[in-house]
Design a binder for this molecule. Structure first.
Ligand code: PLP
Length: 368
């Protein structure tokens, strides 16, 4: 099947805007008249300096990043940050404690990793399943914690925060890997935000970290040097060889976001796409069922089951096969939860969502 007819609803690495891919293709062999590819270019060259500086400036512009924050481009993915965050920040206060809001698979993993470096407390009652955000009256935040951590959008479970937790004086840290730049965010409320690029802002290989300057220089002595935010900030993310091509692709995607109206416009489109899919689910008389509380249902990743609440696996297989025959790929739910998952990141169009909704409507009529 040729590329044009394929609609990628994958959870990441995910669909990129066609115009970005075409530009990258055009520039692949000879970047900007240099006679070489970015894949062959020194990270110390003036051409690459321009690329990394432009990419940083676009992050700053699109999110109104205040002056007192550093923007870093690191390797190791979101998982690398599960280690880097405690290694850099858990020592901010003597007690070496951190509070974690565990609302899904990824925040649970982050909390487990942080336990290696200090005392981690889950600040709300343990959840049996991840389909909700516990009421704020049940949270007991520790004022002496070094930071409070949460995952803004749980990619596997489809739970998304629609508010910024108020942690008073305690530093707030968020994993925004799967909803970064899908909506505006007030960066000044955070000590640190990180996001892997491969969902909304690029391809795998680079993780953007936005960190407040006063939090630098407090890393534990065992922190690997490449994960040390102060070292990376002091070297403009060039302490060691960075993922040059991934940074370049991120720059192109950010340019595309800017040319398409920025974070506000992305938010409007993302709301629209999620509404198109949720509408079918909500009006299917339970044929499609999403376990996530409607208030916290993610705009980015919508998991659902087919046929019955716990899922009729035969029917789900038929659904996936039928979707594939129409060119709609990567709709299988995460292996830990099963069922179906639709990912609707920035590059997925309203048309793509409508095509899927039409198919869901037909499948419903054929099978209920
Ligand atoms: N955080 C979130 C919210 C994710 O969705 C993922 C991966 O999908 C990760 C962290 C881990 O990212 P990586 O695979 O880049 O380490």
């Amino acid at each position: 099947m040729d590329n044009k007819q394929t609609i990628n609803f994958g959870a990441g690495p995910a669909k990129l805007p066609q115009s970005v891919l075409l530009k990258a293709q055009k520039e692949l062999l000879n970047y900007n008249g240099t006679g070489i590819s970015i894949l062959e270019m020194s990270h110390r060259s003036s051409d690459f300096s321009k690329i990394i500086n432009t990419t940083e400036n676009l992050v700053r512009e699109l999110l109104n990043v205040p002056e007192n924050y550093k923007v870093l481009f690191l390797q190791g993915g979101g998982s690398g940050q599960f280690s880097a965050v405690p290694l850099n920040l858990i020592g901010l206060k003597e007690d070496r404690c951190a509070d974690y809001l565990v609302t899904g698979t990824w925040s649970a993993k982050a909390a487990r990793e942080a336990e290696k470096y200090g005392k981690v407390t889950v600040i709300h009652p343990k959840l049996d399943s991840y389909n909700n955000i516990p009421d704020r009256s049940t949270w007991s935040l520790n004022p002496s914690a070094s930071y409070v951590y949460y995952c803004c959008n749980e990619t596997v479970d489809g739970v998304e925060f629609n508010f910024i937790p108020d942690t008073k004086e305690v530093v707030l840290v968020s994993d925004m890997s799967s909803n970064f730049l899908s909506r505006p965010v007030d960066v000044s409320k955070f000590g640190l935000i990180f996001a892997g690029a491969q969902k909304n802002v690029g391809c795998a290989g680079v993780t953007v970290v936005i960190v407040r300057e006063d939090l630098l220089g407090r890393a534990l002595k065992e922190c690997p040097i490449i994960l040390d935010y102060q070292v990376q900030a002091g070297n403009n993310s060039l302490y060691n060889t960075p993922p040059c091509f991934s940074i370049y692709i991120m720059g192109l995607v950010l340019e595309w976001i800017r040319n398409n109206g920025g974070a506000d416009a992305m938010e409007q489109l993302n709301k629209q796409k999620a509404a198109i899919i949720n509408d079918i689910i909500n009006h299917s008389n339970g044929f499609y069922s999403c376990p996530v509380d409607a208030v916290y249902r993610s705009r980015m990743n919508i998991p659902f089951r087919i046929g019955k609440k716990e899922g009729d696996e035969d029917l789900e297989m038929q659904f996936l096969d039928g979707a594939l025959a129409l060119g709609m790929i990567c709709l299988k739910g995460h292996r830990s939860v099963g069922g179906i998952r639709v990912s609707l990141y920035n590059a997925v169009t309203v048309e793509d969502a409508k095509t899927l909704a039409t198919y869901m409507g037909q499948f419903l009529r054929d099978h209920q």
